[in-house]
Design a protein around this ligand. Structure first.
Ligand code: G6P
Length: 370
């Protein structure tokens, strides 16, 4: 087992560090900035269905549901098509209205999650077209899909999903760009710009791994005794806050909640006192001014502020107690980078608390029963 971990203490850490490669592998061969082209044969196969669809429904569970939420923001922005995100377990039991005009994207690392699989079977019976975004080749969800794309994250052993999540995000970006091109909702210049942005992601993730780990370990030690942690984000990084909180819960057993930063006023702000760490995903984007005022609101109530910031953002650095830095990028791409420090933070807090981070209690890698 030590050899399989390639010198890392845990599979989770190994998988976090693999992400420059797994993101690269998930993008490789699929995009070409010179030809202004994205090749996704799965999308080509159902292009007529996508063009006719009035909405796209994305169905998933757990971490995969969080990548679905990011995709909702990105696809609606770039493709101007309505996207609905559903928990598979809710979708399958609530008699959803589905027709042959619906395209459903199913996201699943394992391709075996029972709720997702049955939700898709039901939708397929009602005539929907199923697009599978799956990591495990030949898995049940891959097989019942009408078309799809694989993420190329390789086997994920750690129960808490890391590299599968960022691989999903990478391919979802490609799917959004490809659909935007089909629908003519993006011009060539912007299309090339986004391909270049995506192309730079693996090296930016590598930069985080090379430059932020020591600081994140220090922050992990400082907050490892917390009883609760609040994660806040807006826009494309609202799902990042949810995923950060999920990672911490899974690995450290600390109660954590992810919330849209503005929505905190409607409840979570009541929890804020000088003992509560509040993690802000505050990268430079079109929501930045808004999140800075949310940070000030927490600071006024003496909460401890830990912020993920874009390189060179001195303003948030001054407000925050601790910062984790990520390279600058377009806001649409930011969830791919901002996920990394939050994975590392959860990992090091779990280790600090002496827990079995690869196999947290009560959790399963793949939930094949409902
Ligand atoms: C379990 C795993 C999670 C995963 C979820 C969905 O809860 O522990 O890491 O995100 O199932 O799994 P899937 O394989 O469908 O992505």
């Amino acid at each position: 087992a030590a050899i399989e971990k390639n010198g890392y203490d845990h599979f989770m850490l190994k998988e976090i560090f693999e992400q420059p490669q797994t993101i690269f592998d998930s993008l490789r061969g699929r995009m070409d900035a010179h030809k202004n082209q994205i090749t996704l044969s799965g999308i080509d196969a159902i292009a007529d269905k996508i063009m006719a669809a009035r909405r796209i429904i994305i169905v998933a569970c757990g971490t995969s549901w969080h990548s679905a939420l990011v995709a909702e923001y990105v696809i609606e922005e770039l493709c101007r098509i309505n996207v609905e995100v559903e928990y598979a377990s809710e979708f399958r039991y609530r008699n959803p209205i589905i027709s042959s005009e619906d395209v459903i994207i199913a996201i699943s690392q394992s391709g075996e999650t029972a709720d997702t699989l049955v939700a898709l079977e039901n939708a397929k019976e009602q005539g929907a077209t199923i697009y599978g975004l799956v990591n495990v080749v030949g898995s049940s969800i891959a097989r019942i899909s009408n078309a799809g794309s694989y993420t190329h994250a390789g086997p994920e052993i750690g129960v808490a999903s890391t590299k599968a999540y960022t691989a999903q995000l990478a391919v979802l970006q490609l799917i959004a760009l490809k659909i935007a091109k089909l629908k003519g909702t993006i011009d060539d210049q912007k299309f090339t710009y986004f391909i270049q942005q995506l192309d730079a992601v693996p090296e930016k993730v590598q930069w985080i791994l090379d430059n932020q780990v020591e600081e994140i370990q220090r922050i992990a030690k400082k907050y490892s005794d917390a009883n609760d942690v609040l994660y806040l984000g807006r826009g494309y990084n609202f799902p990042t806050a949810l995923e950060g909180a999920l990672k911490l819960k899974e690995i450290s057993y600390i109660h954590a909640e992810g919330y849209p930063a503005a929505e905190m006023k409607h409840g979570p702000i009541a929890l804020v006192d000088e003992t509560l760490p509040v993690i802000f995903v505050a990268t430079k984007d079109s929501y930045h001014e808004k999140i800075v005022s949310n940070i000030q609101e927490i600071k006024a109530r003496k909460g401890k502020i830990i912020a993920i910031v874009s390189e060179g953002d001195n303003r948030v650095e001054e407000l925050a107690d601790d910062i984790m830095v990520v390279p600058s990028c377009d806001e649409i791409i930011a969830p791919l980078l901002a996920a990394i420090p939050l994975q590392l933070l959860a990992y090091y807090i779990g280790v600090e608390r002496g827990l079995d981070v690869d196999q947290p209690r009560n959790l399963a890698k793949s939930v094949t029963v409902e």
